[in-house]
Design a binder for this molecule. Structure first.
Ligand code: FNR
Length: 359
C-alpha cells in the first residue's frame, strides 16, 4: 500500500459507516414553480441530453469517487455497469495513486471495460497537474480512454490533511497550459467548497470547457479528514472549517453568470434536486455519496437508487410542464431564505459592504 492508495480505502470506509455530510446546499430554499395545467404526458417525458458533444440518456452524472486501491475495484465495476446500462456520464476518482504506481491501474481500467460506450471523465488534482505536467493528464486519459478530464481543486482538504500540499502557487498557469495543449475538453471541479463567479471567470478564461461546482452542503472533506485525523490539531482544524464553502445553489447561480457548461454537485439528494439544478442553469446534476452507498452493496441496490432518482426527476418535469431537459432549463424557480440573501449579497449594487468600500 502506498499512502495515496490506502487513503482511498479509508475514505470509502468512512463514507459508508459515518455521517460525512455537513451544512446546507440550499435546495430547501429553491422551489420549482408548479404548473397546474402542464399539457404534457408524463410517459412521453424525455430525459436525454447532451454534454460536451456526448449524448446521454439522463442529466444524472455519476460524480468522481474512487479507484486506486484494489478494494475499490468492485465499487468502480458496479458504477461503470450502471453508467453503461443507463447511458450516464461518469467521473472516476483521482487517478494519482495509479499514476504513481501502475500496479493499481486495474481499479480504473475496469471502468472502461464495463462501460465501453459511456462518457467517462478522467480525474487529476490541480497540484499533481502543476507538479507533473501534461504527461500525467495524458496518462490519466489513456488509462480509461476518457472523453474528458476533470482537474479537481480541493484546497480545504489539502489544508487539513496530514499529507496535504500547502502551496497553490502556479496552479492557474498549469491549468492554462493544459487547456491550450490538450486534445480533450478540460473540466475544473471543486470537491465541496464551491466555485465563485470570480473563480469561474478565471477558469473559463484559462480555457476550461466546463465547471463542476462541487459545492458546500453535501459530502464534507473537513468532516472526513476530521474523522481520519490522528493529530489533535488537525482534528480541531477540520472541526473549525465544517461550515466553510459556497453552498451549491449559490455557487451555481454565480458560475452560471460566467456562462459555460456546468455540472452541479454537492448535496444533490434526489431527482428533484437535479430538476432544481437544471432550472437554475446546470447542464447535469452529479451525485457521489447517494450512489456510493448502494454501489458498495450490490448492482441491484445501485440500479434501484438510480431508477428512484429518475422517477423523482420525471415527476418534477411533469409538474413543471417540461417534456424535455431543455424545457426544464427554462422553468422558473422561487428562491428564498439564506440562499436568496447570499445570491443578492453578491450583487454589487445591493451589498452595503461593497458600497462602503467603493469597489
Ligand atoms: C469524492 N469526490 C471526489 N472528487 C474528485 O474530483 N476526485 C476524487 O478523487 C473524489 N473522491 C471522492 C471520494 C468519495 C468517497 C466521495 C464521497 C467523493 C467528490 C465528489 O465527486 C463530489 O464532488 C462531492 O462528494 C459532492 O457530492 P455529494 O457527495 O454531496 O453528492
Amino acid at each position: 500500500d502506498t499512502a495515496t492508495s490506502s487513503r482511498k480505502r479509508d475514505h470509502l470506509e468512512i463514507c459508508y459507516e459515518q455521517p460525512v455530510e455537513a451544512g446546507d446546499a440550499g435546495f430547501g430554499d429553491v422551489r420549482l414553480v408548479h404548473n397546474a395545467i402542464p399539457e404534457c404526458d408524463m410517459d412521453a417525458i424525455d430525459l436525454k441530453t447532451r454534454f460536451l458533444d456526448a449524448k446521454l440518456d439522463s442529466p444524472l452524472f455519476i460524480a468522481a469517487m474512487t479507484g486506486g486501491h484494489p478494494d475499490t475495484l468492485e465499487v468502480n465495476r458496479r458504477l461503470a455497469r450502471a453508467a453503461e446500462r443507463y447511458n450516464l456520464g461518469m467521473g472516476v476518482g483521482s487517478q494519482r495513486a495509479a499514476l504513481e504506481n501502475p500496479e493499481l491501474e486495474g481499479s480504473f481500467t475496469v471502468v472502461r471495460e464495463e462501460a465501453p460506450h459511456a462518457f467517462l471523465c478522467a480525474n487529476l488534482g490541480i497540484i499533481q497537474l502543476r507538479d507533473h505536467g501534461i504527461e500525467w493528464a495524458e496518462r490519466a486519459v489513456e488509462m480509461i480512454d476518457a472523453q474528458a478530464i476533470a482537474i479537481h481543486v480541493n484546497l480545504l482538504q489539502e489544508a487539513i490533511q496530514p499529507e496535504g500540499d500547502h502551496s497553490a502557487v502556479g496552479c492557474l498557469e498549469a491549468l492554462r497550459g493544459l487547456c491550450e495543449e490538450f486534445s480533450r475538453p478540460v473540466i475544473v471541479k471543486e470537491t465541496g467548497s464551491g466555485i465563485s463567479a470570480e473563480t469561474a471567470r478565471k477558469i473559463f478564461g484559462a480555457g476550461a470547457k466546463a465547471i463542476d461546482i462541487g459545492g458546500y452542503g453535501g459530502t464534507s472533506w473537513a468532516k472526513i479528514e476530521r474523522l481520519r485525523a490522528t493529530a489533535p490539531e488537525l482534528a480541531e482544524l477540520g472541526e473549525a472549517f465544517l461550515s466553510w464553502g459556497i453552498p451549491t445553489v449559490v455557487s451555481l447561480c454565480e458560475v452560471r453568470r460566467a456562462g459555460g457548461p456546468t455540472i452541479a454537485t454537492g448535496g444533490l439528494r434526489s431527482g428533484i434536486d437535479i430538476a432544481k439544478s437544471l432550472a437554475l442553469g446546470a447542464d447535469l446534476g452529479g451525485m457521489a455519496l447517494p450512489l456510493l452507498k448502494p454501489a458498495m452493496e450490490s448492482e441491484e441496490a445501485l440500479s434501484a437508487t438510480i431508477e428512484g432518482i429518475h422517477r423523482h426527476l420525471r415527476v418534477a418535469m411533469f409538474l413543471t410542464g417540461s417534456l424535455t431537459v431543455a424545457d426544464l432549463r427554462h422553468t422558473r424557480t422561487y428562491i428564498t431564505g439564506l440562499t436568496r440573501q447570499m445570491i443578492e449579497s453578491n450583487d454589487k449594487t445591493k451589498d452595503p459592504a461593497r458600497r462602503l468600500h467603493g469597489y
